[in-house]
Design a binder for this molecule. Sequence first.
Ligand SMILES: C[S@@+](CC[C@H](N)C(=O)[O-])C[C@H]1O[C@@H](n2cnc3c(N)ncnc32)[C@H](O)[C@@H]1O
Length: 278
Amino acid sequence: MTRMLKKSLESILSPKESEELISAFDQIGDIIIVRIPESLLSKKKIIGETLLDDVKIARSVFCQASAVEGDFRTRNLEIIAGEDNTETEYREFGCKFIVDVENAFFSPRLSTERDRIANMIQDGEIMTNMFAGVGMFSIIAAKKKKCTVYSLDINPIASKLCEKNIKLNKLAGQVISINGDATQIINEQLVDKSDRTLMLLPERSDEFLESAIRTTKNKGIIHYYSHIHADKKSDAGKLSEEHYLQVTPVKSEILGSKIVRPVGPRYYQTVVDVKIFK
Ligand SMILES: C[S@@+](CC[C@H](N)C(=O)[O-])C[C@H]1O[C@@H](n2cnc3c(N)ncnc32)[C@H](O)[C@@H]1O
């Protein structure tokens, strides 16, 4: 795919320019999203048309017009070629999802982590997914094991799509989509409920750690995500473990940690898996 794209862009971009463009390129179902650097903005229409022509299944090409931002972790997209529709169907690990690439958070770059979590979950477990988006982690885990997942999100569009995705994957009753603030929902309905809690809002994990602990049973597991600066990549996991141990108010056993994905120069999204004792 990458080689084919480079070939198509050869006539309009220099090799360095096309390299840069392709590293910032996502294909989600029949939608392509590119981040176009300032220096290439004057060529955005031709870039869009070229991609649309060459990627056979593409229906729309969008250019990312803002960073992922705000409470809903969404981004503004500008149509540069094809149909202006931000909803598409996406498949991952045998599950089908309707996603809206502009109005609800979604990233194909978390698929390895989704698979890791789905492989850890056991039959009979209850999981609270505090920041579930359109239900990616919840549905992939519930398709694999006979677990129950509370799938919370504050963005009404994400929660609605999660409900659609539950039906699409025939998981009614096994995955439960609840719209609202995770702290409030946990306090009202989910205290001491979960064997496993996912908190994939890495920028604000410390703010929500007490709620994560509140929904998790004694000896339950929390997957604590964060963003961490590390000069050496190999230090990122250990640094996040140290950070977790500094901020947690409960006795915890660290089960492991790893980099989920790089998010900038010497800047990483990490996960620390911990067992808590209440
Ligand atoms: C990084 S995304 C989660 C990604 C998701 N787990 C996935 O795999 O696609 C963070 C999500 O947290 C939601 N969010 C932000 N603040 C929240 C809150 N206070 N309570 C519940 N959800 C919240 C956002 O709407 C967003 O969908």
